[in-house]
Design a protein around this ligand. Structure first.
Ligand SMILES: [Zn+2]
Length: 66
């Protein structure tokens, strides 16, 4: 039965309803600047598909979105 588990995803187009799941923040440093990286992960509560929204910026100051 396991090989048939994906039939419902392929045969029923999902009207994705993405909800926010997690936010992962990280930074890396160079001599002059800081690399601010924020990943917001969303998943669809209907089909459990997920997508990541990635924002990254090199700046000395913390960006507004971080
Ligand atoms: Zn979906």
């Amino acid at each position: 039965m396991a090989e048939n588990n994906s039939w419902w995803q392929e045969n029923s187009p999902c009207q994705h309803k993405f909800i926010h799941f997690d936010t992962i923040k990280s930074t890396e440093s160079s001599i002059y600047q800081i690399g601010w990286k924020r990943v917001d992960r969303f998943y669809c509560e209907k089909c459990l598909d997920y997508k990541d929204k990635v924002q990254k910026e090199w700046s000395r100051d913390k960006p507004e979105w971080y």
